[in-house]
Design a protein around this ligand. Structure first.
Ligand code: GDP
Ligand code: MG
Length: 451
């Protein structure tokens, strides 16, 4: 793990591995420019503010090479210490030599996330922003990137930072009062305490809600196939999830329970659910139970797909389902057979054939991509997953201790102060003012070297 000592100068290759037109070596620490001067073929004036400087570096066994140095000599840098980036040709051999040269002249190889950790220790960014940096690096798609960028810009947790300041004031008032308990001086009225506690509880609750929106979707996104019996749902299910098989039959109503299986789109796992056909006409007990299960699955679905057999004319019930418009996608099934119906709907429709036809496969792939994208928009959150994992417990605890504080506030000021201190500590943990080596280890060890 990155060390908490910030007094030495660290360096690492900061660009992605492999050949590229440009590569970057990053350096941060008090002796950054003294070291770079020793690596340079000619002395240079250390600038007094951020500058771009042409530099020729002497490289072990390779002679010298032209580089561009971006210099941040003051505490305005990302790490709040002298900092520089050497930009040069992105050849791995050259970058390793630049790094070697910097290390030979007194820098130490940076550990995972050490630059970001220095920014954090210098108060440049808080922990949620450090996690957001990780979120930006790890983002798999536009939505995840946007979430990470929003979190990085820091607006999301600022209410909690304000709350923390308010709590500090409230605690100091209450504790001052406890010191003067003999004199009977009042620093803060009961009404002020109540108002502040109510506001605090509400703010914490808001963040808890935002965070739990995401945790309920931590399970795999569920894609549910629904539709009348005999539409071809189970056949499609079996084609997609080759591990778990559903019973296929010419006889309508064969699938009575629901069957689940897993499959991947773009390397991400999804759960596929095959349901019993929707058929409100039949009334026997087993059927009613399987109908209820289908409805339950419909309600818990991330993505709902209505499957309609296009080789037979549309029935009244199918028209009704289409008209309800509460599906994400419509699958027009058995497209290998002559079409008996054209589905008229504003929802996206894909033609699917299960005895694999090349054209139908293309369409299935397109459907998968559409499902993938739709899922991303449905499972977005305002926070990156690492922050959620780290903060959930502290949020729940701070909510509990605030509610407890409220319940004792009229009876016992000592207990009130104790509960408020506990809350303060937990809120501090969420915004990253209070942290342990463990927390830092968990977060920063996930970064790559050079970040
Ligand atoms: N020609 C053709 N027949 C299909 C296709 N998909 C399913 N079937 C047939 O339609 C019948 C009902 O299929 P099944 O998957 O059990 O439908 P479910 O009731 O919706 O689950 C079976 O006889 C399947 O072989 C398809 O794409 N093309
Ligand atoms: Mg079936």
């Amino acid at each position: 793990m990155a060390t908490l000592d910030v007094n030495d100068t660290i360096a690492a290759i900061a660009s992605a591995s492999g050949n590229a037109p440009r590569g970057i070596v990053r350096i941060s620490g008090p002796t950054t420019f003294q070291i770079l001067e020793k690596c340079s073929t000619a002395p240079f004036d250390i600038p007094s503010s951020a500058r771009k400087i042409d530099l020729q570096m002497r490289l072990p066994t390779l002679g010298s090479i032209d580089c561009l140095m971006f210099a941040w000599p003051t505490s305005k840098s990302f790490t709040r210490q002298p900092c520089a980036e050497i930009h040069t040709i992105g050849s791995p051999v050259i970058l390793r030599r630049v790094l070697q040269s910097v290390i030979d002249h007194g820098a130490r190889l940076a550990q995972h996330g050490e630059f970001t950790m220095r920014a954090f220790l210098a108060g440049r960014i808080d922990l949620t922003q450090a996690e957001a940096v990780l979120g930006v690096i790890d983002a798999n798609n536009q939505t995840e990137l946007q979430t990470a960028l929003n979190q990085l810009s820091g607006g999301l947790l600022s209410p909690l930072k304000t709350l923390r300041d308010q709590l500090i004031h409230l605690i100091s008032d209450i504790e001052a009062e406890l010191d003067f308990v003999e004199e009977d001086i009042q620093f803060v009225s009961q009404q002020q305490i109540d108002t502040q506690l109510d506001a605090a509880i509400e703010q914490i609750q808001n963040v808890v809600e935002k965070i739990s929106q995401r945790s309920t979707t931590d399970a795999l996104p569920r894609i549910v196939l629904l539709g009348p019996p005999n539409a071809g749902k189970s056949t499609l299910f079996n084609r997609i999830c080759t591990d778990s098989q559903a019973i296929v039959s010419r006889q309508a109503g064969t699938t009575r329970d629901f069957v689940t299986g897993k499959f991947k789109i773009n390397n991400q796992w999804f759960e596929l659910v095959d349901t019993a056909g929707i058929n409100p006409e039949t009334g026997d007990m087993i059927d009613a139970a399987s109908q209820n299960k289908s409805i339950e699955q419909f309600e818990q679905a991330t993505i709902r797909i209505l499957c309609i057999d296009a080789s037979t004319p549309l029935e009244g019930q199918e028209r009704e389902l289409l008209a309800k418009r509460n599906f994400d996608f419509i699958f027009s099934m058995k497209s290998d057979l002559p079409t008996a119906t054209t589905i008229q709907t504003a929802d996206p429709v894909f033609s699917i054939a299960c005895p694999a036809l090349p054209t139908a496969d293309d369409e299935l792939d397109q459907a998968f991509q559409a499902i993938f994208e739709k899922t991303q928009t449905k499972i977005t959150s305002e926070f990156v997953p690492t922050t959620i994992a780290r903060c959930t417990q502290a949020l729940t605890c701070s909510h509990e201790s605030l509610v407890r504080a409220k319940s004792v506030s009229t009876v016992d000021r000592e207990l009130l102060a104790a509960d408020l201190r506990l809350t303060l500590n937990q809120v501090g943990e969420i915004v990253g003012v209070v942290y342990t080596d463990d927390i830092l280890e968990k977060i920063f060890s996930r970064f790559c070297i050079g970040k």
